[in-house]
Ligand binder design. Sequence first.
Ligand code: DC
Length: 218
Amino acid sequence: MERGKLIITIDGPGASGKSSTARGVARALGIPYVSSGMLYRAAALAALKEGADPADEKAVMEAVGRHEIVLVPDTEGDRVFMDGEEVTERLHTAEVDRVVSPVAKHPRLRAWVNAKLKELPPPFVVDGRDMGRVVFPDAPFKFFLWADPRIRAQRRAAERGEDPERVEAELRARDARDQAQTQPAPGAVWIDTGDLTLEEVIARVVDEVRKGLGESPE
Ligand code: DC
């Protein structure tokens, strides 16, 4: 397969290790990493800035329309600019976490994100919830990462220096809200990351891709 058609989708629930895995895979293969969640987070930030009710689709879309949102894919982690100003750091705050799920539920917003993603030229690794099932159904490589909510919460709490119990409660609530869109694509390779190190998860994905490309594993 030509590299120009290479799209690798990595879906899974919050804090399942998608973004670290996607970044590691992108680095190993020397291709960009695209985070779809960052676009949902940017839309959530726009809604917060405009005081839009996250449950009101029209208000959210108006808030998004008032800002120029640019995603810059990067192997080391995507960057997001809003009206020319970098907002990457602000997108991973508890404030954005709290409103992003209701914002991401709106079909018009999902269409906005998906259109932006489809403009990007392959090759790339993309992570999210519905990348393999909805946005890139023809992607040649699809993965679904999973881990028990307690393990995911412990990882995220350690990353952010927050209380594990509170993080777990919030994560379970977000899982419930995101459930409809967080479904594995048919034929996706399912990886339970609970007992694996990040390096092992990355190696499993990279091996699978290299095998599929007819390249020998390292
Ligand atoms: O992957 P993440 O935690 O950065 O995603 C942030 C939120 O965006 C998450 O609550 C669900 C939503 N999301 C989505 O609905 N579809 C995607 N493809 C990616 C993220």
